[in-house]
Design a protein around this ligand. Sequence first.
Ligand code: MG
Length: 383
Amino acid sequence: MKKLILLGATGSVGTQIVDVVMHHTDLYEIIALSAGKNMKLLRKLLLSVHVDTVCVQNESDALILQKEYPDIRFIFGEDGLTELARRRDYDLLLNALVGFVGFKPTLAAINSGHDIALANKETLVAGGELIQKALIKNNRHLYPIDSEHSAIFQCLQGSRRQDALKLIITASGGSFRDLPKDELKNVTVEQALAHPNWKMGSKITIDSATMMNKGFEVIEAHWLFEMDYDQIDVLMHRESVVHSMVEYCDHSVIAQLGSPDMRLPIQYALSWPSRLPLDDELLFSLAKIHTLHFDEPDYERFPLLKLAYDTGRKGGNLPAVMNSANEIANAAFRNGEIPFTDIEKVIADTVEHAEYQQLHTAEDLSQADALGRRLAISRIRGR
Ligand code: MG
């Protein structure tokens, strides 16, 4: 029996993690979890998931829930997340938080001797260097839940890592892939949230539309698989059937295919190196799909993809600055404060004006995160 702690249980990936675990209660047990502010969904989860501790975002929610559920301990905030991560009595931390808030509990869990299954990509984008060092120091593993990285991880099985020549990350292009650039100015939040292939949370769906998400995935792949940026390609693929590929030194290309369903990467992160049965509600069939399309990405149409490569190569504090600027700009668009096309302007301008610094500690990283937020907010106000 593998004991799990789940962070971000009420989010899009979090609820799918619970679903996967509930199908294998003989193998996995969630002993504690965190939720944000969706108390209705949390109460529903607590009917089926029996945990000893729950961390919520706000103290006021923790106090109300504590009266309702006397047998569960309720804690709150970022300190609560870190407290869960530092526990000794579990085997795997599943991190499905959204944003940089996921970094500290991930680092705390690794330093407490735990393996990680990571859906929270911002942790690797901002702090990949520190996470990688901690993994090596503590001899721990990090299993990717992002579908592209799970695909690459699957394509690398049974081969020597040094024989891999290139990672090829596929990209659907997001909600506006067929819209001319000059029509992007007036798109609505609702239009941006309608992803053609995947049902996901709102932040990542906007990141997909700007392709910041794909840029993040390039940086994520760099740290996860220890590959140079020159060895990581992005390939447009509108059907989201090929989830990513690895090209080897003999130019053999291995791909992983399947339905766009996050439960597979979630389950593989739990069951590796084994595989477990999974119902495919979408009934994957290549004969029904007929045709798959592939294209080069257009870096002028999607400048944030190029910015992510450039920023990843520069390294230091700059990826963290880019990440927090994106969190601010993405939220500002969703709140109706800026037009869609200003997201990329705010982020590019923030990164350009941030001074490069090396990252040595988690404190350096927190400062980089704060710098990006500050610069991005001042750019939004000064428009
Ligand atoms: Mg992905």
